[in-house]
Design a protein around this ligand. Structure first.
Ligand SMILES: C[S@@+](CC[C@H](N)C(=O)[O-])C[C@H]1O[C@@H](n2cnc3c(N)ncnc32)[C@H](O)[C@@H]1O
Length: 223
């Protein structure tokens, strides 16, 4: 899978793309992430990518030409383009699964007040939000999508069952996990998890997952 990122701040991706599972997946060529600095596509000598908003008001707007120039520089072929925006469709498991089935994603990172609306009018791009709050740029949301999608590529997460048991996969949250030591500051690992009785462990985990879902995300149970 190839992911192209159009950004004004490629340096923000340095650490996350080199670390842990994501770093390994990139190193092994399972996912090919290409960063495109939109400043290099600005034609003027100062490489200006933003300007004042028509109609007035505070804040700058990311210009349409460098974004189109960066998009046009990408190889031909089917691709799904996303503009990161708090005003977009909220990212969830279903959307991540859709993205993971694509061969080429293009992630367009906004800054300031966002991108000129003609990016959305002129490109086959959809707006996607990572939640109902506002960040200063689309780079962290792009990294969220890259990591969530990469986890779903077969072989990236060592054991496939580990993904199947993750929160949301079966409509509820994951069950609680424990590791050594058995006792820490008076808190002990539930006896059943040490019993070796696999059926009892399964039952306990399912009930604990339901209880956690009821407490933290009752909306999931209604669905
Ligand atoms: C300060 S925000 C712009 C907010 C915009 N004026 C609004 O109120 O919808 C700058 C950029 O950060 C990114 N961004 C901020 N919050 C985001 C979120 N929750 N999801 C996705 N992208 C976000 C977008 O790329 C956005 O263009």
């Amino acid at each position: 899978m190839r992911i192209d990122v159009l950004t004004q701040f490629p340096e923000l991706f340095d650490g996350p793309l080199r670390t842990s599972l994501l770093g390994k997946a990139i190193e092994q060529g399972v996912v090919d992430v290409r960063l495109h600095d939109i400043r290099t596509f600005a034609k003027d000598k100062h490489h200006i990518t933003d300007d004042n908003a028509y109609g007035g008001g505070p804040g700058m707007v990311l210009k349409v030409e460098p974004i189109f120039a960066a998009y046009d520089s990408l190889p031909d072929g089917p691709k799904r383009a996303v503009v990161l925006s708090p005003a977009g469709r909220r990212l969830d498991r279903d959307l991540v699964n859709e993205f993971a089935a694509e061969s080429n994603l293009v992630l367009i990172c906004g800054r300031y007040e966002g991108v000129d609306e003609r990016v959305l009018e002129g490109l086959p791009a959809e707006e996607v939000s990572i939640g109902d709050y506002v960040l200063s740029g689309g780079e962290l949301p792009a990294l969220v999508i890259i990591e969530a999608v990469t986890r779903l590529i077969p072989g990236v997460v060592g054991r496939a069952e580990s993904i199947q048991q993750d929160s949301f996969e079966s409509g509820i949250l994951d069950y609680p996990h424990y590791t050594r030591p058995v006792e820490f500051r008076g808190m002990t690992v539930p006896e059943v998890l040490r019993s070796g009785d696999h059926a009892a462990i399964e039952r306990w985990r399912h009930e604990a997952a339901l209880a956690k879902t009821k407490k933290n995300r009752p909306d999931l149970l209604q669905q």
